[in-house]
Design a protein around this ligand. Structure first.
Ligand code: NDP
Length: 334
């Protein structure tokens, strides 16, 4: 199958090209860029045969059946709608869109067109996260009381562009990282946050957008989730903890793009390392998506997951702006 890459982006170059090329019989045949010069350089550097600034030109290629969208966030909606209208399956980067309404329309359009729509939430493809989910599901820590996610990182210099200074492009730590944490909580706990309280700030990097956020989410079961994201924490490390009535899980260095980290289960019987497969998160995500396109499964995170995780992030921003507890609005999609 041939893919169209919409966006001459960093994530596409660093992870997604190789993830697609690792699937037998899959190749990237187009890159679509807003700039012919940048797109051509990107295509040359990465061995992609065709480049265009006109999305319609790439979409007219009937041999290309899948589009991967990794432009800045405000462009996802229009580009995804065009790809869906052309009958392409779509794997779209998170956050799906700037607004919940747009995200819902993308997912509904894909459903109506009968194409597969996936959201590139890579963390639920991690062997560590899947192992943690299994420990919880098997009841090894009993009823879950709380989840704490620490995902405060230092944004690398090469990414300190639109993310820290362009609200219109979808900048800010909430659309960038909180949305991932929302997906992690929903994936691990198998339920969707009901309400959130939050505070955000700019702690040295954000120019007109927040670069740090802390929030607390209430799950329908009564489980509480604490989520911390930042662009400015150079030495904080990252991880998550899940605490249950009969055990706790301590996962270190698992909020990353790499298949690394450790997972430890602590119960009355003692401490135990939980082993997990160390596959590429992005290859697994693409592989699950391709399986769904072949009609044999579902995307690791589908469109509804993308909508719901965005809804939580938007609620966090609204809670911080209003100073109130916000009930999460998941829109019309279920
Ligand atoms: P980049 O800033 O690298 O790329 C985004 C867009 O910016 C590109 O599509 C490109 O536009 C333009 N661009 C790239 N380089 C330059 C440059 N040197 N000068 C001017 N413009 C440039 O973004 P990321 O790759 O970091 O993120 C892209 C999307 O992927 C976002 O939606 C982000 O949230 C998501 N993402 C997801 C991750 C995940 O793990 N799921 C991880 C990282 C990002 P054009 O296409 O017009 O050439």
């Amino acid at each position: 199958m041939n893919w169209i890459f919409v966006g001459a982006s960093t994530i596409a170059a660093q992870y997604m090209l190789s993830a697609v090329r690792s699937q037998a019989g899959h190749k990237v045949s187009w890159v679509v860029s807003g700039s012919m010069d940048r797109g051509a350089a990107w295509a040359r550097d990465h061995g992609v045969p065709s480049v265009t600034t006109d999305l319609a030109e790439a979409l007219a290629d009937s041999d290309a059946t899948i589009a991967y969208i990794s432009t800045t966030n405000e462009k996802h909606f229009g580009q995804a709608m065009a790809c869906i209208a052309a009958g392409k399956h779509v794997l779209c980067e998170k956050p799906l869109a700037i607004t919940l309404g747009e995200a819902c329309r993308m997912v509904a359009a894909a459903r109506d067109a009968g194409v597969v729509f996936g959201t590139n939430h890579h963390l639920r493809c991690s062997g560590a996260h899947r192992a943690i989910k299994e420990v919880i599901a098997k009841g090894q820590i009993g009823k879950v009381l709380s989840l704490r996610i620490h995902h405060a990182v230092y944004l690398p210099e090469n990414l300190q562009g639109w993310r820290i200074n362009d609200a219109a492009a979808g900048g800010g730590v909430v659309p960038d990282i909180t949305v991932h944490n929302a997906d992690v909580a929903r994936f691990l706990l198998n339920e969707d946050p009901q309400s959130v309280v939050a505070q955000v700030t700019s702690s040295g990097m954000g120019e007109g957008v927040e670069d740090s956020a802390m929030s607390v989410w209430m799950m329908p079961s009564g489980t509480m989730v604490m989520s911390h994201e930042s662009f400015t924490h150079e030495f904080a490390g990252n991880g998550l903890e899940v605490h249950g009535e009969s055990g706790s899980i301590f996962a270190n260095n698992v909020m990353t793009q790499e298949p690394i980290g450790t997972v430890e289960l602590v119960t009355g019987s003692g401490r135990q390392q939980i082993p997990f497969p160390q596959h590429s998160l992005y290859e697994r995500g693409v592989s699950d998506f391709v399986t769904a396109v072949e009609g044999q499964g579902r995307a690791a995170a589908d469109g509804v997951d993308g909508v719901k995780s965005l809804a939580v992030a938007l609620a966090v921003r609204e809670a911080a702006q209003s100073g109130k507890r916000i009930t999460v609005n998941y829109g019309e999609v279920s």
